[in-house]
Design a binder for this molecule. Structure first.
Ligand code: ADP
Ligand code: ADP
Length: 236
């Protein structure tokens, strides 16, 4: 059952400026099922970031339709879209963007505070996720006092608090060594398996992509090919 469907997606930059335009996305059709763990790969400039930004409602496509969880986001207004993103989608960025003035617990709670959840609900959710990721003992610490791996798990917990069902991650292993890269990819693996969350990763990192069950290759703004993994990680 698809959680995300995109059809005939096109994104052209600089159409109105008259200084020459770039067709960053050139007719993409994509359907992503619930619980899928998928990577989008491609060379620099192939349109990966643009595709992620369109699919996740950060940017608007020039034409085409995008439906997430049964809502057509490509026709939403800016305000509607911002609200939908906040309530219904999860994001993990290259920089984890944790707030140093808040504890780990408070960082995880931020999206729930914005949604005006009750204290009891927030407490319950934080404990559930902290347990899942093994960060129960550091909830009262500040981000600069914990390890990189713990920071990553905090960022993933924060992305999950509103039960988004889908997580978008742009180059999540971008600045990381392979040890830290495996921590973050294992977090994603875990939420796919245990929470049946859909995870969509944009990456140029083969190591990161090797965790995903499906890899979509994009080239010049079009889907070039894709591969689906049958068994465990080594069996591409
Ligand atoms: P990737 O993430 O694969 O490196 P991008 O999506 O960033 O690719 O870029 C795809 C193409 O669109 C490139 O030619 C890039 O220069 C162009 N592009 C990306 N963002 C913009 C923008 N805001 N304005 C104009 N051109 C852009
Ligand atoms: P990355 O490769 O990490 O995705 P980029 O350096 O391609 O980052 O892009 C960084 C930002 O600049 C993005 O927001 C992208 O949309 C924008 N951008 C990329 N290429 C262009 C371009 N040719 N003109 C204007 N903005 C661009």
């Amino acid at each position: 059952e698809p959680i995300l469907k995109a059809s005939k997606l096109v994104k052209i930059y600089g159409e109105s400026t008259g200084e020459g335009s770039t067709k960053a996305i050139d007719g993409v059709d994509l359907s992503i099922n619930k619980g899928e763990f998928i990577a989008i790969m491609g060379p620099s400039g192939s349109g990966k970031t643009t595709l992620l930004q369109c699919l996740s409602g950060i940017d608007k496509p020039t034409s085409g339709e995008i439906e997430i969880k049964g809502r057509v986001i490509s026709s939403m207004s800016g305000d509607e879209l911002a609200l939908f993103r906040r309530k219904s989608l999860g994001f993990v960025f290259q920089e984890f963007n944790l707030l140093d003035s808040l504890t780990v617990r408070e960082n995880i709670m931020v999206p729930m505070v914005l949604e005006k959840k009750t204290a009891t609900d927030m407490e319950k959710k934080v404990n559930e996720l902290a347990h899942l990721f093994g960060i129960n003992t550091i909830l009262s610490k500040y981000p600069f006092k914990i390890s990189g791996g713990q920071q990553q798990r905090t960022a993933v917990s924060r992305a999950l608090v509103n039960d988004p069902g889908i997580i978008f991650a742009d180059e999540p292993t971008g600045n990381l060594d392979s040890k830290s890269s495996s921590v973050i990819m294992e977090c994603f693996e875990k939420i796919v398996e245990e929470l049946h969350t859909t995870v969509l990763v944009v990456t140029h990192d083969v190591f990161a992509a090797s965790y995903c069950r499906k890899v979509v290759f994009i080239k010049d703004g079009r889907i070039d090919s894709y591969i689906v993994r049958k068994g465990d990680r080594k069996e591409f």
